[in-house]
Design a protein around this ligand. Structure first.
Ligand code: MLT
Length: 275
């Protein structure tokens, strides 16, 4: 499905009906990475997975603002306006988590719950920022191969590499089809994102933090920092998964995710029907 806002043309996939849950993809993927969740939505929930501008089938208006986390978050808000949905649970994986935090910063009253998967709340370190700019330059020369070569060796768990060659290939092609301009501009957008750690203690919405035990990009320590920051949150580690546990161990990921929706979000929505 597709809608146009002032700044972007947005495509999204969705399935189910009921309490709205927005699935925010990581870099440099698209809504396609949520296939194992979109194909098994629990009863009473509506999963909505946008392609962030520049990824999948979404694009930014020519000359529009940069691919910052707040620009992505505003696009999500426009999509929700278009769908006439006021409040949502946000589930963000990696860069999707950065977007979820940017969304909360701008629209705190619209968030009824969070799932943070394999992400971090802190800004990039000086070195991390410099290597993003470096990679953006390499993309100019080598296209998406530069991102593939930088990310793929760290992305998946040893178990996935060993046992699921098909998935490794699928992930590789998802990276390779990302447009060069989106890669460059989003790398800069991520490098410039603000530190969200101070926000964590202000979050009161029910929160689940998930992390692949073998995540080498946003390791379990980053997830623990988020969980320590958000009062009452719960953290769970998924064995034999790296940075993409929703694809690497979908049954484990879904069982924890759906248990959270069932036990922490459903009762809240029943008590406050407009929540
Ligand atoms: C992602 O998966 O979204 C990226 O690894 C995030 C990042 O590079 O910080």
């Amino acid at each position: 499905m597709e809608t146009s806002t002032e700044n972007a043309r947005l495509n999204w996939r969705e399935n189910g009906s009921g309490i709205a849950v927005v699935l925010l993809h990581g870099f440099p993927f698209s809504s396609a990475m949520w296939e194992p969740q979109l194909s098994s939505v629990p009863d009473g929930f509506r999963f909505i997975a946008p392609d962030l501008r520049g990824f999948g089938s979404s694009s930014a208006a020519p000359g529009g603002e940069d691919y910052t986390m707040i620009a992505f978050a505003r696009d999500v808000a426009s999509l929700l306006d278009h769908l006439k949905i006021e409040r949502v649970v946000l589930c963000g994986l990696s860069m999707g988590g950065y977007v979820a935090l940017a969304f909360w910063r701008a629209f705190p009253a619209r968030v009824t719950g969070f799932v943070f998967s394999d992400t971090r709340a802190t800004a990039d370190t000086k070195e991390g920022r410099a290597s993003r700019y470096d990679l953006a330059e390499k993309v100019r020369a080598d296209g998406s191969a530069a991102v593939r070569d930088a990310m793929l060796p760290k992305l998946l768990s040893p178990a996935t590499e060993r046992e699921r060659p098909h998935l490794v290939e699928q992930v590789r092609s998802m990276i390779e089809i990302a447009p060069e301009e989106s890669l460059r501009r989003t790398l800069i957008g991520m490098a410039e994102r603000p530190d969200s750690e101070p926000l964590l203690r202000m979050i009161t919405a029910p929160t689940l933090v998930l992390v692949g035990a073998d995540d080498a990009i946003t390791p379990p320590g980053d997830a623990q920092l988020i969980a320590r920051g958000i009062r009452g949150s719960r953290i769970e580690t998924i064995a034999d998964a790296g940075h993409l546990p929703n694809l690497e161990q979908p049954a484990e990921f879904n069982s924890r995710f759906y248990h959270f929706l069932d036990h922490s979000i459903r009762p809240l929505a029943a008590a406050h029907p407009r929540a």
